[in-house]
Design a protein around this ligand. Structure first.
Ligand SMILES: *[C@@H]1O[C@H](CO)[C@@H](O)[C@H](O)[C@H]1NC(C)=O
Ligand SMILES: *[C@@H]1O[C@H](CO)[C@@H](O)[C@H](O)[C@H]1NC(C)=O
Ligand SMILES: *[C@@H]1O[C@H](CO)[C@@H](O)[C@H](O)[C@H]1NC(C)=O
Ligand SMILES: *[C@@H]1O[C@H](CO)[C@@H](O)[C@H](O)[C@H]1NC(C)=O
Ligand SMILES: *[C@@H]1O[C@H](CO)[C@@H](O)[C@H](O)[C@H]1NC(C)=O
Ligand SMILES: *[C@@H]1O[C@H](CO)[C@@H](O)[C@H](O)[C@H]1NC(C)=O
Ligand SMILES: *[C@@H]1O[C@H](CO)[C@@H](O)[C@H](O)[C@H]1NC(C)=O
Ligand SMILES: *[C@@H]1O[C@H](CO)[C@@H](O)[C@H](O)[C@H]1NC(C)=O
Length: 449
């Protein structure tokens, strides 16, 4: 008898403990059953809050199957020091039935955040296996349950489309596009012609595609980007957030430069299996081999030399725009890469304003000037010799006089592109410039006076 009571007491304790452990999941499941799944909107590349959390935002979702554990990685933002309990609802809807699974999620800060209040982050949902991959994923907190009206709050429970799912996406076939650019977010950007020159020069350098994260830009810039997007050359990714959502990225004390680390790593995953190489740099920078060959060809040569390496670092070389134009430049247009041929003699050290190209399939995490993680068994980085190629950086000088008036040397490598570039710009004048009502591209003679 006594032993039976003991047994019952013991059993009650066990049940209680078990309940406490699974309680959050219980509430979530209970809450979940009230949601009419068919009305949830599937999104990709739109900032969304995680309902019930004041600390998390999510943007996109990818399968990560290259590490030891298979998981869905949501790209997002989180308060660096706050942790909310979160759950992933994995939707398996390819069969039309709408089966789902709830798993507990965790967050993982992307390494670089400069000690700001918010950090670019991954939210990780473990997968049981890779035979069945969810088509989309939602993120909940335990607090989500007390939302008063589900029907009025459907948009708060988005399903984020899971990408990089199919085996076929993982194969970069011969003849397929090879090289794409990943560019940090643009804010209030209005230099339409500079952007066009950057795109056209890079096309001549072999780039197949450009990913641009757009916080805000002048109308004419959006028009230009839309034009290239229609041709399939540009993916415009909306980086701005709704007013209701935290408007945190414009404040440097809140988050590092417009949340650029989220954009860079989002681009890494977005391009991972579509392109062999991803080049990470700004719209005033060009990664250019000294020999007259495309960056794609150059990367193939580098890869053959370092077949165990994920990333290749290009040293920064300044071509300051306050310096006089090359007096021998006689081309018809005012194009910065052709006019400015004086660079600072000294290249900056590796990782100081350097930019890089990665083999996307073996890179796991990146920063602004360097990589943070390569897939197992791959070396993270190799340095590119500046005699072979460098990051040509065209900008005004605003730091220290010693840099601004440092000794220069002449480098006319970009003149190799002159003929083709001028042809392209004439074509753009006839098409995009008309459509987007751009002021005519300056003629060089006007500039010289
Ligand atoms: C893989 O996981 C899915 C979803 O969890 C499950 O339905 C399926 O049975 C699993 N397959 C194998 C081989 O374990
Ligand atoms: C929802 O949960 C929060 C946190 O516990 C609480 O402060 C709030 O009053 C709840 N709202 C409702 C409608 O129950
Ligand atoms: C946007 O850029 C223009 C110059 O192109 C400047 O006059 C304006 O102040 C900027 N606006 C904001 C909000 O930064
Ligand atoms: C990489 O290069 C080494 C040495 O040239 C060679 O032995 C190895 O098979 C190559 N590995 C791959 C994956 O191509
Ligand atoms: C560089 O420029 C600064 C400010 O314009 C000037 O004071 C300084 O003397 C210059 N240095 C050299 C080496 O010319
Ligand atoms: C550089 O290469 C391009 C493309 O192959 C070619 O059109 C151009 O004439 C070359 N320029 C020089 C100076 O060799
Ligand atoms: C594009 O629009 C901006 C802002 O209205 C303007 O300052 C700029 O001159 C325009 N650029 C061209 C090339 O028309
Ligand atoms: C064209 O010339 C005008 C006047 O000199 C100048 O303000 C403008 O910045 C130039 N545009 C470009 C794209 O260089």
């Amino acid at each position: 008898m006594c032993s039976l009571l003991n047994f019952i007491a013991f059993f009650t304790v066990i049940i209680t403990l078990a309940f406490l452990t699974i309680a959050p999941l219980y509430f979530i499941v209970n809450f979940d059953s009230k949601l009419n799944i068919s009305t949830l909107v599937i999104t990709d590349a739109v900032w969304k809050p995680v309902f019930g959390s004041e600390h998390y935002l999510i943007y996109s979702a990818y399968v990560e199957s290259r590490t030891d554990k298979a998981e869905i990685r949501l790209i997002g933002t989180s308060h660096r020091d706050k942790t909310d309990q979160i759950f992933c609802k994995l939707w398996f809807e390819d069969d039309g039935v709408g089966r789902f699974e709830l798993v507990e999620a965790s967050k993982d800060l992307i390494q670089e955040n400069w000690g700001r209040v918010y950090s670019a982050s991954y939210f990780l949902c473990p997968l049981k296996n890779l035979t069945t991959i969810p088509s989309s994923v939602s993120l909940y907190t335990t607090f989500s349950q007390n939302v008063s009206s589900f029907s009025r709050n459907m948009e708060k429970f988005p399903k984020i489309k899971v990408q990089n799912r199919l085996e076929s996406e993982r194969v970069v076939q011969t003849g397929a596009p090879k090289l794409a650019a990943c560019v940090p977010p643009l804010y209030n950007y209005s230099n339409a012609w500079t952007l066009i020159e950057w795109i056209e020069v890079n096309r001549l350098l072999g780039y197949d595609h450009f990913h641009l994260y757009l916080y805000s830009a002048a109308k004419n810039v959006s028009c230009v980007l839309n034009h290239y997007a229609k041709q399939g050359l540009v993916t415009i990714l909306d980086w701005h957030k709704n007013q209701e959502i935290l408007t945190l990225e414009r404040h440097e004390r809140n988050i590092r430069i417009m949340n650029l680390f989220a954009a860079l790593n989002e681009c890494l995953y977005r391009g991972m299996y579509k392109f062999r190489y991803l080049a990470f740099h700004d719209v005033d920078e060009f990664l250019v081999p000294q020999e007259n060959l495309t960056l794609t060809k150059f990367m193939e040569k580098l890869e053959a030399r370092h077949n165990d390496t994920a990333g290749f670092i290009f040293k920064n070389s300044f071509y300051f725009t306050h310096r006089p134009d090359d007096p021998d430049y006689k081309g018809p247009f005012d194009l910065i890469t052709l006019r400015k041929t004086k660079r600072n003699q000294n290249f900056l050290a590796i990782h100081v304003r350097s930019k890089y190209v990665v083999r996307a399939d073996v890179t796991e995490q990146v920063g602004n000037h360097n990589l943070y993680q390569a897939v197992k068994n791959f070396k993270m980085e190799a340095n590119v010799d500046e005699k072979e190629a460098s990051n040509r950086h065209y900008r005004f000088c605003d730091f220290y006089a010693t840099t601004c008036n440092a000794t220069t040397v002449q480098d006319r490598r970009m003149w190799d592109f002159q003929q083709q570039l001028v042809k392209r710009m004439e074509e753009v004048q006839r098409t995009i410039a008309v459509e987007c009502q751009l002021k005519p591209l300056n003629r060089t003679v006007m500039l010289k006076k």
